[in-house]
Write a protein that binds this ligand. Sequence first.
Ligand code: SF4
Length: 394
Amino acid sequence: MDAEHASATRGPVAVPLSATVTTSSATMTASGAPTTASGATGEPGAVRATGAPRDGGLLDRFGRVATDLRVSVIDKCNLRCTYCMPADGMPWLPQTQLMSADEIRRIVRVAVQSLGAEELRITGGEPLVRKDLEVIIAGIREDNPDLPISMTTNAVGLDRRAQALKDAGLNRVNVSLDTLHPETFAELTRRPHLDKVLAGLQAARAAGLGPIKINAVLLRGINDTEVVPLVDWAVSNGFEMRFIEDMPLDGDRSWSATNVIPARDIRAAIEEAFTLTADPRGRGAAPAERWEVRRPGETALAGHVGIISSVTEPFCAACSRTRVTADGRIRSCLFSHEETDLLTALRDGADDEGLAQIWRDAMWAKPRAHGSDRVGLARADFVQPERTMSAIGG
Ligand code: SF4
């Protein structure tokens, strides 16, 4: 956090992080509102003993407000990407622990209508593995007619469902695709499904699920020579290419900072074949730094590229994200070591305001960056969260 950002906060709050986290319905009142650290419920509008506000949106101790909601609808996936999951032996959530379509709908409604969430990203695992995905999206759309709804997907099977998802109310998709080579795809994802991904992308475009963004994680010695071909292919097809630095959320626990392809190297590689200009729309709270792409000697815009530099150029000071896992746990940060159980409270009968207050308390305790109050994924004392990327949702 820089000094300028820190000065915009509500002032110092001397509360140990562990004291601000509500982890079960056992601490709730009959209305579903959790008690404060002192046991009092407090009055509406008051600041709670933990420091969390009693009304309004999802403010944290560092003055950030979370408006970007990411909800995982399932932990399972039909691929096994090496940077995300082990080859096998992944324990899936039992069906009874997964949020139902109605429960997801209710949680999104609370986030949007009580807490000011401005956009929703559906994540997984792989959301398309859920057979009732169209029902989930239609319910959310019915409650929130103007909410931008996007989905991160690997697009396997999207060719058969793109139009139905669009009709249900999905606006656009981010498709994970790390390589254009079938052999590399099979090595990276442990499944030979590149043709299915490409068919899914075509269907998404035909259904109008755009603008479509392509997410690629670059891995040293595997697909790091594909930067320029991927940008060329993406802009030629009207997609926005986004490169994501490899993060320590892998199932094999084999991530190493030395293997990360840094954002500056990715930019340099692209600039060997294209002209990059900073996107005049700026970045805001978005994780990707965006660039306009032009072909050499041409003034016409060819497309856009984004680079997400979580490791080498962290952007946590402007983070606006709040996540809910497929089993209904709030994660205030992608790398959090603590979660807040929203689903048990919902199933125990909490009302909307009770759920909203649990969420406010959880987000108040959001760590400064990377799951702790110290910044940096490559630092020696960084501890990888127990859940892998697939179990958290991107
Ligand atoms: S690491 Fe945590 S705080 Fe930083 S951008 Fe990601 S979710 Fe936000």
